[in-house]
Design a protein around this ligand. Structure first.
Ligand code: SF4
Length: 387
């Protein structure tokens, strides 16, 4: 399989999303408006430069009318909006991005356009190939520029830009395809009407970085381990309706109120939540009662307080807590007493064992000393619909 930058970042965001999109090739069930907006703006800017190659110069009005026509034609019911804005807000955002870009760069004669929406395919090493699409390649005074349009509302830090592998990867592609070394990376953050440039002597570090990432994906493939990873990106995910974390929510949304009440999972969770609330309340009441019994025992100078069937044995402990753990550890180690008081961190060890992050000889030895038990824990949290 050839990897693309978007496939690699999809795996980093969520292994399950990667599997659904790039291994199982499931057709996206819905598309977020941000992605839709991005495509419409990209194709409009492509038109601007492609027409120019044919000596056709677009006015801003012509470009905006192309953008709006494409918007109308491609809009469909599977496009969804997650925030408290509507489709019209996004359409206008796109218009603003194009207008700002147009005003900033007109008459668009900086350099020679070498390629638009250029598909690249090149080897990262003898095993792995990379496929991608470069928005625009321009030649300016013996330098090849890789231009990338960003429509997201996130403005990157200096560190984000320096560590970004995507355009560095495209720089490697240009070196492979055209044999050029003078390459500059140019990001257009359209929402902010800002351009960021970066030029490096060599982009080879991106190759190493990506090979490491690909190795992690290959490992996941070998063990068929693609767990869902919940994050702030979930609301935008095209596969949310079939993701095990959100499928039930989508199923409930399709039901009538009566059907919902009859849904087994729905009623079990409601019962569990009510019970948990009662238990918490009872726990709190029990704690308060305990304090009152202790106070009463102290005031009356007794240790045992008698009820009809039970006796309350009142004990007061004074627990010692160490405030500076590291200093205490250091002290015990220095005095040769650490082993006596330190305990094995079984949770951390089990985690490393599960993730096969231990030396093979230890893995082998531990294999005979472990048993797997299924533990069920339910964590309740407030149900949140799409953010
Ligand atoms: S909804 Fe979230 S957890 Fe589920 S597949 Fe998509 S990104 Fe992964």
């Amino acid at each position: 399989m050839a990897y693309s930058y978007s496939a690699i970042s999809s795996f980093e965001n969520c292994p399950l999303q990667f599997k659904l999109a790039y291994i199982d090739r499931v057709t996206p069930l819905r598309k977020n408006i941000e992605g839709f907006l991005g495509i419409r703006v990209h194709e409009t800017l492509e038109k601007l430069y492609r027409d120019k190659l044919y000596e056709k110069h677009n006015s801003l009005e012509e470009l905006l009318s192309f953008y709006n026509e494409r918007w109308e034609r491609e809009m469909c019911s599977t496009i969804f909006v997650t925030k408290d804005y509507d489709v019209e807000n996004y359409r206008k955002m796109g218009e603003r991005y194009i207008t700002d870009y147009y005003e900033r760069y007109k008459p668009f004669d900086e350099g020679k356009t070498i390629a638009l929406e250029k598909k690249v395919f090149f080897p990262l090493n003898e095993t792995h190939w990379i496929a991608g699409v470069i928005d625009r390649i321009t030649e300016v005074n013996d330098t090849y520029e890789v231009h990338d349009y960003k429509t997201s509302l996130y403005f990157p830090t200096k560190k984000d830009v320096e560590n970004d592998c995507q355009l560095s990867l495209y720089a490697l592609a240009l070196d492979y395809l055209y044999g050029v070394k003078n390459i500059e990376l140019v990001w257009h953050f359209l929402a902010f009407d800002r351009e960021i440039r970066l030029r490096k002597e060599s982009y080879e570090s991106a190759r190493e970085e990506l090979l490491k990432k690909i190795e992690t994906i290959e490992k996941a493939k070998a063990h068929n381990e693609f767990p869902p990873k919940e994050s702030s990106l979930c609301p935008y995910c095209s596969y949310q309706p079939i993701c095990p974390l959100f499928r039930h929510m989508h199923e409930l949304e399709e039901m009538s109120a009566e059907e919902m009440v009859r849904d087994k999972g729905f009623s079990l969770v409601n019962e569990y939540a009510q019970l948990s609330e009662k238990i918490n309340e009872l726990k709190h009441r029990k704690e308060m009662l305990g304090q009152r019994i202790a106070e009463w025992a102290r005031e009356n100078g007794v240790h045992y307080v008698y009820g009809s069937d039970k006796i309350a044995n009142v004990k007061v402990y004074h627990n010692i807590q160490f405030t500076q753990k590291e200093t205490v550890e250091h002290l015990l180690k220095r005095e040769g007493l650490y082993e006596k008081y330190a305990r094995l961190d079984a949770i951390k060890l089990a985690e490393s064992f599960k993730n096969r992050n231990l030396p093979p000889q230890i893995m082998k030895a531990l294999q005979e000393l472990t048993e797997e038990k299924e533990v069920v824990r339910i964590y309740l949290r407030n149900a949140k619909r799409e953010e």
